[in-house]
Design a binder for this molecule. Structure first.
Ligand code: HEM
Length: 144
């Protein structure tokens, strides 16, 4: 039964991962925009409320779904015996943890906390992209 479901679970896993990565990048770019002091404080808080709502309603449920479906696939396909999956999980854990940090920042700024104009916030979306590239290469090519 689960064998027939496997491709559907995998499709749902990839769709949830796309929603998660999209939301993570959108949040990172929203933060880079306001932290760069391009908006007056009241506009920043309004912008952050929109970004925070998307994070809470879409991005957070998506990463929970990615993990639930990914673990189901891993157990069903006996993938924990391979090396690519644990290697991929190290990178997935890192971006999941980063998502936690980013959600907290969005929540504080949506509540009106001051922004930090200093720092290279624009590099965060690039670092996320590099991590996603590593995850996708490991998952698709299974080189190890
Ligand atoms: C942002 C996080 C993640 C992304 C972008 C991602 C991406 C992908 C992609 C693109 C595939 C399709 C591979 C293929 O069909 O060739 C896949 C499959 C898979 N993923 Fe993930 N994944 C993520 C998180 C996870 C997590 C947390 C787990 C496990 C706990 C996991 C376990 C798996 C497994 C077991 C497969 C099935 C491999 C197969 O049957 O070919 N993934 N993932």
């Amino acid at each position: 039964m689960l064998v027939a479901l496997y491709p559907w679970l995998k499709a749902a896993h990839v769709a949830a991962a796309v929603a998660f990565v999209g939301g993570l990048l959108a949040g990172a770019m929203a933060l880079a925009a306001v932290q760069g002091e391009r908006f007056p404080p009241s506009a920043s808080a309004a912008f952050m409320r929109v970004a925070r709502a998307w994070d809470r309603r879409v991005t957070t449920p998506a990463i929970l779904l990615v993990w639930a479906l990914g673990l189901t696939l891993a157990l069903q396909g006996h993938w924990f015996r391979s090396v690519w999956l644990p290697a991929k999980l190290v990178v997935v854990l890192a971006i999941s943890a980063w998502h936690g940090v980013q959600s907290g920042t969005l929540r504080r700024l949506a509540g009106g906390a001051p922004t930090h104009p200093k720092g290279r916030h624009g590099l965060v979306p690039l670092a996320i992209l590099a991590a996603v590239l590593a995850i996708v290469l490991l998952a698709v090519l299974k080189p190890l």
